[in-house]
Design a protein around this ligand. Structure first.
Ligand code: SAH
Ligand code: SF4
Ligand code: F3S
Length: 478
């Protein structure tokens, strides 16, 4: 049955503003300005959530610091996708015992996907007593209330109720970048890939109203943002839960009709729902960047079925062929998991063959990591770590060769790139091609936020190196 998404009402959000005001008053009475540190792990969705946590913190009167020791409030926005991500978080939280010893009034908050896992919350409760407040993604919109209760009460707070999830419009946002912006178009996931924790911690798929999304994009373009990424775990199922259903292709079309000079990107697309209508919009709209991140996870049909991915190797390859027919110079990237439980070497080699056949511009490769509560974590997993790591290396070596070749083919070409930040050495800048390839170049900082014609002179596996010619007017500095 179709579920109509729960929407947080304007009154409920107004109440959160009242909690912000209370903290603001409290902060104003302190002998020095109060500082917050927000530490983010995981995907772009988490980055976007952290921008809202910062928005709330700014509304409470906090300034920001990057130093844990200087912070009055530390917010750790966590990721649960793989064990490695969780261990990094726990290591860093463990080290906060020292900052808290030096500043006993420091408030330590842990939120995000890890917090929504019951066994993690239990561990924090028992073994990480320096953590004062724990809340999952569902409670983010109530952060001011939770923090205020934490500051005024003496008890630790764990707010972790599981729920299908809601949508809150109008939470303040402090963005990290002045050129590129994230816009969440939907939350949650219904796909339940057998290895993945996301549906358990982020709730069911729910879409923002198209008008809210389009208004946000319009505002960003007017504010000078040039590169806007629409976010969702599976953007291709956008709009199915709306009272007036709408497809992602239709939303993208409407977004690309917004006046202004900007690029639209989106992630992530699930291959089972990537539609010809989507490819058509991408091909026809100059504002939609010519790149697609389309995770295939495995090149073997038995493994794909065990992963509950809902497509076959052949089906995936057909979509790639249709996409390339529509947009011949499309930049393709993907995610792959190596060592899914029960995967054999022969099955893994189907993945290698698929990678060779498609020729991705870049790949995000992951060693399978069992997640508590997912069906895959209960499957027999006979292949040892050393063998899986050797397969992993074969995949990385293959992709590195392909990426190098793909990048080499850019040398000598002149491309319109968006200058998006400073590089690591003085006087250097970074830019992105429309296909989102990283370009290093030299130039002054006031080029940031402008499009420039860049001639590519050199290439490595990871990046392109170019020189800027003609530059277009505009930019964030004038
Ligand atoms: N919603 C996105 C993916 C989000 S997670 C999609 O379906 O494409 C990002 C990537 O992490 C996944 O594509 C997958 O390759 C990887 N991943 C997810 N769970 C994992 C696990 N348990 N072990 C290893 N990699 C995993
Ligand atoms: Fe996880 Fe699959 Fe949902 Fe992606 S589509 S978030 S991999 S369950
Ligand atoms: Fe991690 Fe949660 Fe994103 S598990 S990848 S932060 S949705």
């Amino acid at each position: 049955m179709k579920r109509i998404t729960t929407r947080i009402t304007p009154e409920q959000l107004a109440e959160q503003r009242t909690w912000c005001d209370r903290i603001m008053e409290r902060n104003a009475a302190q002998p020095r300005p109060q500082l917050a540190f927000v530490d983010t792990y995981g995907c772009q969705q988490n980055e976007a959530d952290s921008e809202r946590l910062r928005g709330y913190l700014a509304q409470m009167g906090y300034g920001f610091t990057q130093e844990e020791a200087a912070a009055d409030v530390i917010v750790i926005n966590t990721c649960a996708i793989r064990e490695h991500a969780e261990q990094r978080v726990l290591g860093n939280v463990g080290a906060l015992v020292h900052t808290k010893r030096d500043n006993p009034n420091q408030v330590i908050c842990l939120c995000g996907c890890m917090a929504q896992e019951p066994h993690v919350a239990e561990k924090i409760k028992r073994s990480y007593r320096q953590v004062d407040l724990v809340f999952g993604p569902h409670a983010l919109w109530r952060f001011p209330e939770l923090l205020c209760r934490c500051l005024t009460g003496r008890e630790r707070i764990f707010d972790l109720e599981d729920e299908p999830g809601s949508i809150a419009e109008g939470i303040p946002v402090v963005r990290q970048n002045q050129v590129k912006a994230w816009v969440s178009i939907m939350y949650g996931c219904n796909n339940f890939c057998s290895y993945c924790i996301v549906p358990y911690v982020r709730g069911r798929e729910r879409s923002r109203e198209p008008q809210a999304v389009l208004d946000e994009i319009r505002g960003l373009v007017q504010a000078g943002y040039r590169d806007i990424t629409l976010l969702g775990q599976n953007v291709n199922s956008y709009g199915k839960d709306l009272e007036k259903p709408m497809t992602f292709a239709a939303l993208l079309t409407a977004a690309s009709e917004i006046p202004g000079d900007f690029l639209l990107r989106f992630m992530t697309s699930h291959p089972k729902d990537a539609s010809p209508a989507l490819f058509e919009v991408m091909a026809n709209s100059p504002k939609v960047a010519p790149c697609l991140h389309l995770p295939f996870q495995s090149g073997n049909d038995r493994v794909l079925q065990a992963m509950n991915r809902g497509y076959t190797r052949g089906g995936y390859l057909e979509k790639i062929a249709a996409l390339r027919a529509a947009i011949p110079d499309i930049v393709l990237t993907s995610d792959v998991i190596v060592g899914f439980p029960g995967e054999t070497e022969k099955e893994f080699e189907d993945t290698l063959r698929l990678v060779e056949e498609v020729g991705f511009d870049a790949l995000f490769t992951f060693l399978y990591s069992p997640r508590v509560g997912t069906p895959a974590a209960r499957l027999p997993d006979p292949v040892g770590k050393a063998e899986k790591s050797a397969w992993f290396q074969r995949l990385v070596d293959l992709q590195n060769r392909i990426s190098q070749e793909k990048h080499q083919a850019y040398v000598g070409k002149t491309l319109r790139c968006l200058v998006d930040g400073v590089g690591e050495t003085p006087g250097s800048l970074t830019a992105r091609t429309a296909g989102n390839r990283l370009v290093h170049l030299e130039g002054p900082e006031d080029w940031i936020g402008t499009f420039a014609q860049v001639t590519i002179q050199n290439a490595s596996t990871w990046a392109l190196f170019g020189a800027a010619g003609e530059r277009e007017k505009g930019g964030i500095h004038g």
